[in-house]
Structure formats: C-alpha cells, structure tokens
Design a protein around this ligand. Structure first.
Ligand code: NAG
Ligand code: NAG
Ligand code: NAG
Ligand code: NAG
Length: 469
C-alpha cells in the first residue's frame, strides 16, 4: 500500500497518523512524498520521489505509530528547494523498537524475521534506539546478522530469553547471533541467550567417540561481535552454546561486565569468552563455567584486562594457542587481576605451537585463587592438539617474555603446580614469580607434594614462592 502526499500536508499527515487506527490512503495531489508500507504493513518509510530518506516511522501490528525519527526537519524537492517541517514532532529520546511490534510471537515458532526487521529500524534511527526483547518470553531464532554501521548509538535490551534453533540445516555458517561492524552498541538487560547446544555436543565425535578424537569444528559460535567498537555487554546470561559462547573479533574498546556464561563441564569446545584481534577489552565480574577455556585470548589481541573472574569447570584462562601451522601470533599487554579458578584443567596458561613466530609479552596474572586446579600455572611452548600423531620437532617458536605471576595461591589437583615447558631455541624470558603458594590438594598424603617443572626459562623470584623451580 502506498500513501502519496504533498509536503505541506506532512505535518497534518503525521498528526493524523499518530491517531490512526488503520492505515489510510492520503493524497494531496502531487507525487511528492510516498509513505510506503512494506512487508505486511509492519513499518513504513518516507521518501521523496527523487530523494530517499531514512525511516521516520514505524507502524506496529495495530497500525499505531511507534517511532518518530528526528531526521525530518529538512526535505529537498527535486527542484532543490527545501522544506522545513517545523511542525513535526520534536524527537524525544531514543526510539524504542520492540520485537513484538514486528510480529515476534515467542510461541516456539521462528522469530528471526521480526528481530531482523526490528534491528533494521533501530539501526536506521538517527536519535538513538533501544531494541527491546520483552521479559518472561522465549524467542526462537535462526542465525541472525545484526549488521552496522548504524546511524546512532543502540541499546539492545534483552529482558527475556533468546533461544537458538536446533535444526542444524538452518545454519549456513559457523555463527548464530552475529553483530558486525556496529559502533556504540550496548547489549544488556538481565535476560538469557541460550545456544541450545545439546544436539551439537551429542553429535560431536569428541563425545560420540572416545577413541578417535575429532574436534567438532563445524559447530557455530553463539554470539559473535566482529569489527565492533565502543561496545558494552553487561548483565546477561549466555548458556549452552553450540560451541564458543561469546567471541570478540577485530573489535576496539569493549567492556564486558557481569555476565554468567554457563554450560556443562563436559560440553565440547564451549569456550566462554574468546578474544581475537581485539584491542582494549575489559572483562569484569563474570562467572564462567563451561566445557573449555573460560577466557581465551588469541592472536592480534592487545590491552586485554580480565578482572573479577570466577572460572570453573572449564580449561582455565588461556593466552593462545599461538603459532599453529607455522603462523605468526601476537598477544601483548594482558592483565588478569582477581580471579578464582575451581576444578579447572588449567589455571593461567600460555600455550604456543612449535614452528610459529611472533610473541606473547607483557602479561600479568595477579591476585588469583586456585581450588584443585590441574595445571595452576603453565607455559607450554610445545602445545600440540593433534591427537592422532605427535607434532614434529621444529626450531622456530613464539617468543614468551615479561610474564608476572603475583599473589597466586591455592591447591593443585596434580603434583605439578608450576609447569614451564619453554622452547629450547626460544626460552621464556623475564618471567617473574612473586608471592606464589600452591600446594597439592592431597597434601596430607606424603607422595603428593606439589612441585615445579621448569625448562628453558629465565626466571626471577620476589617474595615467597612455593614450590620453586
Ligand atoms: C552428525 O554428524 C554426522 C557425521 O559427522 C553427520 O553426517 C550428521 O549430518 C550430523 N548431524 C547433524 C544433525 O548435524
Ligand atoms: C612448518 O614448517 C616446517 C619446517 O619448515 C615444515 O616441515 C612443515 O611442513 C610446516 N608445516 C605447515 C603446516 O606448513
Ligand atoms: C580434585 O580434583 C580431582 C579430579 O581432578 C578429584 O579426583 C579430587 O577428588 C579433587 N580433590 C578435592 C580435594 O576436591
Ligand atoms: C615439554 O613438552 C615436550 C613435548 O610435548 C615433552 O616431550 C616434554 O616431556 C615436556 N617437558 C616437560 C618438563 O614436561
């Protein structure tokens, strides 16, 4: 349906539209403006015949106008003269875009289309927008791309639950919720993002067959932020991901606060928070209990801060792996401050492959409590994830340097509390241990005395360190 009207009719039209109960046909004669109802009359857009303007209004299912953009103050005609719409309603605060107004049903059917359309509207707003996912409802989504750039800052408010489709054929790539190239985005609200990953875990040969290990490399990441800047993610529960829960890739200036990231300890490859090629990220006050790394920081990342992290079960906090397949890996300026790790397979780990190049440097792990962690402190420059054949010996390596371990205490599930297996050709340099006290979790038995295993490492001690190299 199409509404045509002349510019001088527009203020009247807007007023009329607000009070409309049904969409009507307006015509003031000339084909100067069109109000175009698209896709089931859910929303409208305003344009001149010669000049297309962004969305200015949204009609909900009941044909009520729920969005007024402030971008209407100037319009240009084909002849170059301008229209000022001083009578148009002044923009007031950010636009609220409720997925329910776009046909989301939360009844178990697919709500992807409503989310996509709501995102499009929110992203096109010039006055800021709040995309709303109402509480006490469960929305089912297929993979959805939330792409930018957007015209103004956005808040994605998740009060309810977003749940992933279980049909593997719905996935055409390894992603489910994918935020791409969005600036000034906040995602928050206290709701739940559920990757519904059980079918992926069961089908993974990692679980299906304990004999031949094949990582389930084809499963999607639940939530990906790619090339986003000035991003804030807070107060959400992200659970039961198909594979990784949350990935930041090529992002700049990111805050991740107060998340619960939860999946069973035996769910395969379900990393909590994965950081790749990302600069300036602060992960704060997060509880992460999954089947793989709580936090993994890989190549191209710098200025990474993790503060107040509760981790376990899982594989601990990892830098790397770096240098796989003879690649170059670069990670620098990482600080992990105030963390508690419980029953994880590793505590704080740096892992690199033989044959790689690059560096992992300027890294600080401090104020960390370990409870029955299998490898509380570990640097492994001989990391090898090929379970069929051992990795061949190679000369080049990723250089590990300037790593501080300070105020770390607790218990180790294995007898080796500190393990530095550094490269013969590229020894670990400037490694500092200060006030470290880790004992065996079974120290009552004489054969379980915690020890340190250290090779090819240049080390300095400050304060008390137990066990020493
Ligand atoms: C599960 O894995 C098998 C073999 O790897 C594959 O053929 C099948 O399509 C997978 N099932 C699903 C639902 O992805
Ligand atoms: C890595 O380099 C070594 C030595 O040059 C070579 O033997 C090996 O095939 C390379 N591996 C890969 C995956 O390229
Ligand atoms: C420590 O963890 C191991 C398994 O890694 C378990 O067998 C043991 O009972 C745990 N000990 C304590 C004291 O929790
Ligand atoms: C270091 O790693 C290599 C290769 O995996 C292994 O052969 C060696 O035993 C390890 N050294 C220590 C001290 O664990």
């Amino acid at each position: 349906m199409r509404i045509l009207l002349k510019p001088h009719c527009l203020p009247l039209f807007i007023v009329a539209l607000i009070s409309l109960s049904r969409p009507c046909f307006y015509s003031c004669g000339e084909d100067s403006f069109q109000f175009d109802f698209h896709r089931g009359s859910v929303y409208g857009r305003l344009m001149t015949t010669t000049y297309r303007r962004p969305y200015f209004g949204v009609l909900n299912e009941r044909n009520k106008l729920i969005l007024m953009s402030g971008s209407l103050s100037e319009y240009e005609y084909g002849d170059g003269s301008q229209l000022r719409l001083d009578d148009a309603p002044a923009p007031v605060g950010p636009t609220v875009v409720d997925v329910d107004d776009f046909g989301a049903k939360a009844d178990g059917s697919d709500d992807s289309k409503a989310f996509k359309e709501a995102w499009e509207i929110a992203c096109k707003s010039y006055q800021g927008a709040i995309m709303l996912v109402p509480k006490n409802k469960i929305y089912h989504l297929k993979p959805v791309d939330f792409s930018g750039p957007c015209n103004s800052p956005l808040i994605f408010k998740i009060f309810g639950t977003i749940k992933a489709t279980v049909h593997h054929s719905d996935y055409t790539s390894r992603r489910w919720l994918y935020f791409d190239n969005v600036q000034n985005l906040r995602v928050e609200g206290g709701g739940i993002i559920n990757g519904n990953g059980r079918t992926w875990w069961l089908n993974s040969s990692y679980i299906a067959s304990s004999v031949v290990f094949q990582p389930c490399s084809e499963a999607p990441t639940a939530v990906t932020f790619s090339q986003c800047s000035n991003l804030k993610l807070a107060r959400l529960r992200i659970e039961n991901s198909q594979q990784m829960h949350l990935s930041f890739s090529k992002c700049i200036n990111v805050k991740v606060f107060n998340l619960f990231v939860i999946a069973p300890g035996n769910s395969p490859n379900t990393d909590g928070i994965h950081v790749t090629e990302t600069h300036n990220i602060h992960i704060k006050n997060c509880v992460i209990r999954t089947g793989d790394d709580c936090i993994s920081i890989v190549s191209g990342s710098q200025n990474v801060r993790a503060t107040g992290i509760t981790c376990g079960p899982g594989h601990g906090i990892s830098i790397g792996s770096l240098g796989a397949g003879n690649s170059s890996g670069y990670v620098s300026n990482v600080i992990v401050n105030r963390a508690t790790l419980s029953r994880t397979t590793n505590g704080v780990r740096i892992k690199t492959w033989q044959g790689g190049s690059g560096y992992a440097k300027n890294i600080k792990f401090q104020n960390i409590m370990m409870h029955n962690v299998s490898n509380p402190i570990i640097i492994d420059q001989y990391y090898c994830d090929h379970h069929q054949s051992p990795c061949p010996k190679q000369v080049s390596a990723v250089q590990v340097s300037n790593v501080v371990y300070k105020n770390i205490r607790g218990t180790s599930a294995s007898n080796v509390a500190l393990k530095f297996n550094c490269s013969q050709t590229h020894p670990c340099q400037e490694i500092y241990l200060q006030n470290v006290a880790i004992k065996s979790s079974q120290e009552d038995k004489e054969e379980h005395i915690a020890e340190a295993s250290c090779s090819n490492i240049r080390l300095s001690y400050r304060g008390d360190v137990s066990p020493p190299c």
